[in-house]
Every structure is written in C-alpha cells, then in structure tokens.
Write a protein that binds this ligand. Structure first.
Ligand code: B12
Length: 367
C-alpha cells in the first residue's frame, strides 16, 4: 500500500498493513498510517474499533499460538497506544482557559456538546490498559470529559479521585475475572461515594453477567455500546438494597478467603513437589521455573475467582485455554494435570475447590 492511495474503509489490505507495522513494533509507522487514514476521511471511531481493537485481538491469537513472543506482543501494544494517541491529538480539545479561543490540537472533527465528566479506570491488578484507553477515546469523541486513570488503579485512590473531581459516572474495566473481587470492592465504594458505575470488559463474563450482581448499575459489551448507553440512558435509576445478591450468595466465601490467604504457600509447596510428579521439571532452568510458578499462581487466582462469584466456568474455561497455550509451547497436558493435582492435594478439606479441580482434571485431554 502506498501513502497516496485514498482509503475510505478498513478492508483486509488496510488491516494487513497495520498488522505488519505493529508486528514490526513500528510505533512511528503505525501512528503515521493512522494519521493518513484520518486524512482520507476514515472516522476515528472506526479506526479505534475496527483497526486498532480488531488487530489487538489478532495479536493475542498470535501470542497464544506461540507465533509471537511476549516481547513482540508488548511492542505491538505500544504501537497501538501510539496510534490511539495520534487519534487523540487530532481530536478537538476544549479551549484552554489561559488562551481562550485556542484549542490544544487542530480540530478535524466537529466538537460535540459536552456530556459531563467521567472517570475511567482499570480495576486493581488489571493490566489490560488498552481496551480502557480505547473506550476513553470513544467517550472523548462523544463529548465527555474523561479522566483516564489507566491500568491497575487501587480502590482507595479511585475513591480519592472521585472526591476531588466529582464525576457523573465511573467506567470500570475488568478484562480478567480474577480481578472480580477487587471490582466488587471498587464498585461498592464508588456507589457509597454516590457515583454510578458502568462496568465493562470481558472479565465481567459473557453478556456481562457478573456486573450487576457485583453492584454495577450498567454494563456494556463494547466501547461503542457504552457510548450509546451513557448518551441515552444516564444516570441509571437509583436502586436501593443489598449490592450483592447472586443466586448463590457467596456460598464458597470461606474457601475463597482461605485460598487467597494461602496463595504463596500453595504455589511454593506445589513447586517443591512438582518434579516428583512431573519428572521433566527436574531439568527446568530458572525462567521455566519462574513461568511455571506464575502459571500456578494464575490457576489459584482463577479458582479463587470462580469460588467468589460461584461460577465454575471461570476456572474451567481458563484451564482449557491454558491447555492450548501450553500445547502451542510443546508443554504436554501432563504438566498442567500435575499442577492441578498438586494444588488439589493441599485443599483436601475444601469441597468446592476439590470439586472444581477434579472437574478441570477430567477435561484435560489424556496423552
Ligand atoms: C494484549 C493482552 C494482554 C497484555 C495487555 C497489554 C495492555 N496494555 O493492554 C498483557 C501481556 C499484559 C496481558 C496479560 C495477561 N492476560 Co491478556 N490479553 C491480551 C489480549 C490479547 C488483548 C486485549 C485487548 O487489548 N483486546 C482488544 C479489545 C478491543 O478487546 P475487547 O474486549 O473487545 O474490548 C472492548 C470491551 O472489552 C469493552 N470494554 C473494555 N473495558 C471496558 C470498560 C467499560 C466500562 C465498558 C463499558 C466497556 C469496556 O470495550 C472495549 C472496546 O470496545 C486479550 C485477548 C483478547 N481477545 O482481547 C488477552 C486476554 C484478555 N488476556 C488473558 C489472560 C488470561 C492474561 C494473563 C492472565 C495471561 C498470563 N497467563 O499471564 C495476564 C493477566 C494480566 C493482568 N493481571 O491483567 C485472557 C483473559 C481470559 C479470561 N477472560 O478468562 C485473554 C482474553 C486471552 C484469552 N484467554 O483468550 N494480556
């Protein structure tokens, strides 16, 4: 594709060219390409959703299939962030009070009326910052003043920020269900501070099924849905009553607490016993041992989240996905099986945990 070809929509050639740029970690190239597409008249929203977002999902598939290293994924994500920043720089900003009439950037899009102020944050421990950044730009384009707080925002800092800025809404992003307990705490605190919460991100489950039980007043599947919801149906009606009322109210609460408290010990003991049940681990180098310990940590975290929400699929989907990720890296299913058994053996007095671990074990393919 040459620079002077005029592009009006995002087709395979455009997507392929952009993927090649981010695959090469070419931040400048990705930014310049997006800049050119804006010049051609492709709407910023389409670039954010159909180009940057769709490519990021493809990046994830390439990483999961072991075609890309984590470093290459990080470089691609950095290039995507630069591309988003380019779009932001081309978006009209409010006039600066110090220089009335001067905007911070040349206005290439007609400024929509201001809708209000919104705080956007990723839940504590949630490092998937890009989807939230995409949402921030979509909301900005729709006329919101967005305070984007970024990845992993501790709940107490979020609340301090709310008191300082008095927003009309909080948008809370959670991409992995292991962060749901923290999301629950943050939502509860935001509501106590009198600010309604819209939740989003795939961590809230299919159809956002855990958003409302955890107290969020609204949920949206995509950034564009969130824009519509906030523009047409906000603030949501006040609903009194308990914030958490799932069908099975925190039935495994005690097990969850135990798991989270004993997390370090569960991992250390599993690592000490691993070679006895999975002999290949005898020859692990430092980095293999570290990533195994990290994987065990994820297993414990997903197990804990499944217990917290009372939803087995959180754990079972993760073990299925991990089986595939390990397979792509030539790690046989027996390694995962050994890890699950080692955790199980330490939780023998905890029936919900044992039940979940046993179910996961039956689903791992036999050698
Ligand atoms: C890039 C990436 C990473 C990067 C993140 C870099 C960054 N700065 O963002 C890194 C390497 C850090 C990472 C780490 C991990 N990741 Co990751 N990651 C991804 C990946 C490939 C892309 C995420 C992304 O940007 N998607 C693009 C956007 C467009 O996706 P989207 O969901 O459609 O976004 C929209 C909505 O979610 C919504 N939305 C998002 N937030 C909000 C908020 C509100 C309020 C609203 C209304 C809407 C909304 O709007 C967005 C725009 O339309 C996804 C796979 C995927 N398919 O998404 C996995 C994925 C999210 N990761 C996953 C996992 C498991 C992990 C790790 C645990 C992996 C590991 N073993 O180490 C760690 C956990 C880190 C942590 N604690 O946060 C899983 C989560 C599984 C699950 N749901 O159970 C996924 C889904 C991969 C998979 N299984 O297929 N990851």
């Amino acid at each position: 594709m040459t620079a002077h070809q005029v592009v009006t929509r995002i087709d395979d050639a455009v997507a392929g060219h952009y993927l090649a740029l981010v695959a090469d970690g070419d931040e400048q190239g990705a930014a310049a390409f997006v800049d050119g597409l804006l010049d051609d008249g492709v709407p910023a929203q389409r670039l954010i959703v159909d180009l940057i977002g769709a490519t990021q999902i493809r990046v994830g598939e390439l990483w999961a299939a072991n075609e890309w290293s984590v470093a290459r994924e990080h470089a691609a994500t950095a290039a995507a962030e630069r591309a988003l920043a380019t779009i932001a720089a081309r978006t009209p900003a409010p006039a600066s009070p110090a220089f009335p009439g001067r905007t911070r950037a040349p206005a290439t899009v007609a400024a929509p009326p201001a809708r209000g102020r919104i705080t956007l944050a990723c839940v504590d421990g949630e490092w998937h910052g890009l989807p939230a950044r995409m949402l921030a730009e979509l909301l900005r384009l729709d006329g919101w003043r967005v305070d984007y707080l970024g990845a992993s925002v501790p709940g107490r800092h979020l609340i301090t920020h709310l008191h300082q800025t008095g927003p009309d809404a909080v948008a809370l992003s959670c991409m992995i269900p292991t962060r749901l307990p923290r999301a629950h705490a943050a939502i509860t605190a935001c509501r106590a501070a009198g600010v309604p919460v819209i939740a989003g991100g795939r961590g809230f489950g299919p159809g956002g099924r855990w958003a409302q039980p955890l107290g969020a007043q609204a949920w949206a599947a995509t950034g564009e849905d969130a824009v519509t919801r906030l523009a047409t149906d906000w603030p949501p009606p006040y609903v009194a009553g308990p914030l958490y009322s799932p069908a099975e109210p925190l039935s495994a609460d005690e097990e969850y607490t135990h798991l989270t408290r004993r997390r370090p010990e569960l991992i250390t003991t599993s690592m000490q016993r691993l070679a006895a049940s999975y002999p290949a681990a005898h020859h692990y180098d430092q980095s293999q041992a570290e990533s195994t310990a990290e994987d065990l940590g994820h297993l414990v975290d997903f197990l804990a989240a499944a217990l917290y929400v009372g939803e087995p699929t959180i754990f079972l989907d993760f073990t299925q996905w991990t089986t595939e990720v390990l397979r792509a890296r030539d790690v046989p299913p027996n390694a995962l099986r050994a890890g699950l058994r080692l955790i199980r053996d330490q939780l023998i007095d905890f029936p919900s945990s044992v039940n979940l671990l046993d179910t996961a074990l039956t689903k791992i393919p036999q050698p």
